[in-house]
Ligand binder design. Structure first.
Ligand code: FES
Length: 146
């Protein structure tokens, strides 16, 4: 069985548009071979890299950092489970922060979040005279976990 994929195959299976796949290749996130007619052919293992990129983006990892992480994967063999585990471990703390933020968002979005609007009755209790502005921009109660 031919294990390589065309760009259309990769797009269909990964859910990522061909234009984005070409961009990923251009900035070194994924690799493609070429046929004699100069058409891209991807090894099936690239699907895993694309999935990794998408998930990392969803947890807010910048593309530069994703590339650094992917650069640590071995070039000469298919990455193993241990390789992938090492890679995802480095983002454990970021994931924990993200989970905590989403939990606060779920629990606190209906109350004062310290955004400076002072539009809710509870704001005079939690953020009188917008004192939280001194802590920086954005919804301070939500971001600071307070
Ligand atoms: S919700 Fe905006 S300052 Fe309280």
């Amino acid at each position: 069985m031919d294990r390589t994929l065309t760009i259309g195959d990769l797009a269909a299976r990964s859910g990522v548009a061909p234009s984005a796949l070409r961009y990923y290749e251009r900035i070194g996130l994924i690799r493609a071979g070429r046929t004699g007619g100069n058409q891209r052919r991807y090894d099936r293992t690239e699907l895993r890299r694309v999935a990794f990129i998408r998930i990392a983006q969803q947890i807010g990892v910048p593309l530069d950092e994703i590339r650094q992480a992917l650069d640590e994967l071995p070039e000469s063999r298919t990455p193993t489970k241990a390789d992938w585990a090492r890679l995802s471990q480095r983002w454990q703390a970021r994931l924990d922060e993200r989970i905590a933020l989403l939990t606060r968002l779920r629990d606190d979005l209906t109350g004062c979040i310290g955004c400076g609007c002072l539009s809710l009755r509870s704001c005079t209790l939690y953020n009188p005279a917008d004192q939280l502005a001194a802590a920086g921009p954005g919804p301070r109660i939500l971001l600071d976990g307070g």
